[in-house]
Design a protein around this ligand. Structure first.
Ligand code: ZN
Ligand code: ZN
Ligand code: FE
Length: 761
């Protein structure tokens, strides 16, 4: 008996080869009907034998093309309409709420063609198909159609056009499709913009081998590339880029090569080869000394990625180097460069050569960074390859824009049960980044068709994002406390509602009492929170200066722990003597010494006391080096340092002064940094578990959530999750899809504001 089924599909089903997939599936099952793009996704009608329809529908789910993602599929049965054949219908205009695919690494089929001398795209640096290539970074507007992408200016040659219009071809409706004849090109120039003779890829490889710094235009922006094996080249890059300490990302041709200088666990291999191609943090293991020491000094990890554009593959196959440093081309903390002219201006004095191309990048997007910790892959920077895939929420929410914080800024827009997080915008400390922030907000509102009913912002009055939000008119403005936003984001990602005991640990966030919070135990749900406990307040002598100079925080802790006569630890030699002399008085009189409950600053103080660092080049560096210095693998019998729990107006006060006293004595006794670091970490875990348990007994809440930049500390995350489970917490929520650092707070802001909005308060 003949039947007709109408199926509506939502998800990422446009621009990913979905209609030709349906076309081929329908024909294989001898079904008539049509498939068409709609505003929400794709509509399909199939007519034929019942069995064939059932098989077809099962195959739609089981054989979905690689880039497609079905979030909803509804089928209804209708009376037969006597369709003669199966065809692809032209798109319905104004298809806007369909999801856009992220940028994806070149696929296996395209790679095979890239290196096949008989293929017409042999060695063509922009080869792509419906299963791979650029998306988000080249889309100016929707519907996703070539004319609304930066490929619009390239007119297809007859060969490409034939593929584009053939439903049986892998390049059917592949919007960025191009070839040597009709598509974008690469070219090489020197620092004075003079063209360099020869085949560009081959020339670039020789120049890299000679130690030159090359600016390479990629998918989401420019990279600066150098031979990672050459200490001279890497140091020169650091010097010129003024990025003195932060680890630099590496790219190698394949897994086997990476395996020569780093350990790859199976879960990490899966992430390295994922089509999002993030930078994955891998434990160093470099017996041959392949990688120059200054790539990632004082760090047990390398950040490594595999090639993801055809151009990368061409270079990585040709170059005689085990790895290239591939770092975002910008001065530290400025947005990544995307335009050719812009690159020349901003990279003058840094790059020796420029490998340009003329496929414009509409929206810059940095490489994403991921690591596997406590049994799960966790994003530390969510950008290229992940954006704009939404985080799916438990329930439908009103439309809200959340502007994030200041550091590692990411904005978030909600629509239905989806939270769309932007690419990494950067540290919102300068006008370049603010411009990029505004561009991103406008772009996402447009392509996602979102009209926010409210804007959520951080309470810190000095954040540029806060100032921007407060200047917006005709829309409700909702301030969301920083550490609560961390926890709400963690809950939202886990489809949890709370209430939980949220452990929100980071360096800095503006508190509701005007003080600088950062070691917080919050009783929190999705809408509001109560501060159940926090680290003991201590002065932050010199304010922002104390973040750059951890010795100041160490002295503040020592003064609190020992009184005026602080032990003369060796690190004090590294402090500015005049500043050191003035510090006790500054603290005593409360001059430029705001109070803070920061967890990050406690780590800074201990790192400084151990002599690791008196000054840092970037936030969190001292804490990171303290973690990296830990005896590894950790000695199970090591004894945690002590802590103390107190109460102030019903709030639990977690006090680590006992631990600080022990650290000081151990430093004086000459105990190794490895051991001090381990015992300190164990003490922090015990203290947090103790405080959380005290709160649990008081309020009966048996679920916990962990968030905040301090959970980038792998040991803290792993050990605390286990410890809380052992001490009777039923669920311990942690983040994976969204960073636990400030890159994740816009999600929490958005969800909290949406709940506040909905409750009518
Ligand atoms: Zn492909
Ligand atoms: Zn062509
Ligand atoms: Fe934070």
């Amino acid at each position: 008996m003949k039947r007709r089924a109408k199926t509506s599909i939502e998800g990422i089903v446009q621009g990913v080869g979905f209609r030709p997939f349906i076309y081929q599936l329908a024909r294989r099952n001898s079904l008539a009907g049509y498939v068409s793009n709609t505003s929400a996704g794709v509509d399909i009608e199939v007519e034929g034998e019942s069995e064939a329809i059932e098989r077809f529908l099962a195959e739609v789910r089981s054989e979905t093309p690689p880039l497609a993602r079905i979030t909803r599929l509804d089928t209804t049965y209708l009376s037969p309409a006597a369709y003669g054949d199966f065809h692809i219908q032209a798109s319905v205009a104004g298809a806007r709420s369909a999801l856009i695919s992220p940028d994806v690494a070149v696929c296996e089929d395209c790679l095979r063609e890239l290196f096949d001398p008989r293929d017409r795209r042999y060695r063509y640096p922009f080869i792509n198909c419906t299963n791979c290539g650029p998306r988000y970074t080249i889309i100016m507007d929707i519907p996703y159609d070539r004319k609304w992408t930066s490929m619009g200016k390239f007119e297809m040659c007859p060969d490409c056009a034939r593929e584009y219009h053939d439903p049986m071809d892998r390049r059917f409706h592949a919007q960025p499709d191009a070839c040597w004849v009709c598509g974008p090109k690469v070219w090489l120039v020197d620092a004075e913009q003079r063209p360099v003779e020869g085949e560009p890829v081959e020339r670039v490889c020789r120049l890299l081998e000679q130690g030159h710094i090359i600016a390479i235009k990629g998918l989401g922006g420019f990279h600066l590339a150098v031979d990672a094996g050459s200490e001279a080249a890497v140091s020169r890059l650091r010097e010129r880029k003024r990025r003195e300490e932060k680890p630099l990302a590496l790219m190698s041709a394949d897994l086997a090569t990476i395996g020569r200088y780093a350990r790859i666990q199976p879960a990490e291999e899966a992430q390295l080869t994922d089509r999002a191609r993030p930078i994955v943090l891998l434990e160093k293991d470099d017996p041959e000394g392949l990688i120059a020491p200054s790539v990632a000094p004082r760090n047990r990890f390398f950040g490594v990625m595999l090639p993801y554009t055809p151009l990368h593959h061409l270079i990585m196959r040709e170059v005689a180097a085990p790895a290239l440093v591939m770092t975002s081309a910008n001065l530290s903390e400025e947005p990544i460069c995307i335009e050719n002219d812009e690159a020349v201006k901003r990279l003058a004095g840094i790059a020796d050569y420029y490998l340009f191309h003329n496929r414009d990048i509409y929206l810059r997007s940095d490489d994403s960074i991921l690591r596997v910790a406590a049994g799960a892959p966790r994003l530390m920077r969510r950008s290229r390859g992940f954006v704009p895939v939404p985080v799916f929420l438990e329930e439908e929410l009103p439309q809200v824009l959340a502007v994030g914080g200041e550091m590692k800024s990411i904005v978030c827009l909600t629509k239905g049960n989806r939270a769309f997080l932007s690419q990494h915008v950067g540290d919102l400390e300068n006008l370049e980044t603010l411009d990029f922030f505004e561009l991103t907000v406008g772009h996402l509102k447009r392509i996602l068709e979102i009209t926010p009913q409210a804007i959520a912002y951080d309470l810190h009055p000095e954040y540029l994002s806060t100032k921007w939000a407060l200047a917006q008119q005709g829309v409700r403005l909702i301030g969301v406390q920083h550490h609560f936003a961390h926890i709400a984001g963690c809950l939202a990602e886990n489809h949890a509602k709370g209430p939980v005991i949220g452990l929100s640990l980071d360096g800095t966030g503006y508190g509701t009492d005007g003080r600088i919070w950062g070691g917080e135990l919050l009783i929190a749900g999705l809408k509001d929170f109560r501060r159940g406990g926090h680290f003991r307040y201590l002065p932050l002598p010199g304010g922002a200066k104390a973040i750059k100079e951890p010795w100041r925080m160490a002295v503040a802790y020592l003064l609190a722990a020992f009184g005026k006569e602080i032990p003369r630890l060796p690190f004090l030699e590294g402090a500015d003597p005049e500043a050191l002399r003035l510090l006790p008085e500054m603290i005593e009189k409360g001059i430029n010494s705001p109070l803070t409950s920061s967890c990050g600053r406690l780590f800074d103080a201990v790192a400084a006391m151990c002599g690791l660092r008196t000054k840092v080049a970037y936030e969190g560096q001292a804490a990171l080096e303290l973690e990296q210095a830990m005896a590894w693998p950790p000695e199970p019998s090591a004894k945690p340092y002590a802590y103390q729990l107190g109460r102030e107006d019903g709030t639990v006060i977690l006090d680590f002064l006992p631990a600080v006293r022990q650290v000081a004595r151990d430093v004086q006794k000459g105990v190794s940094v490895q051991e001090i670091s381990l015992r300190f970490h164990l003490g922090v875990v015990e203290g947090l578990a103790g405080a959380a348990s005290a709160l649990r007994e008081e309020c009966g809440i048996k679920e916990a959530a962990l968030s905040g930049g301090c959970f980038q500390n792998r040991f803290l995350l792993t050990a605390l999750t286990e410890r809380l489970a052992r001490s009777g917490f039923k669920n311990v929520y942690t983040q994976a899809q969204v960073p636990s650092n400030d890159g994740g707070i816009s999600l929490g802001q958005a969800v909290a504001a949406a709940h506040i909005l909905r409750s009518g308060h």
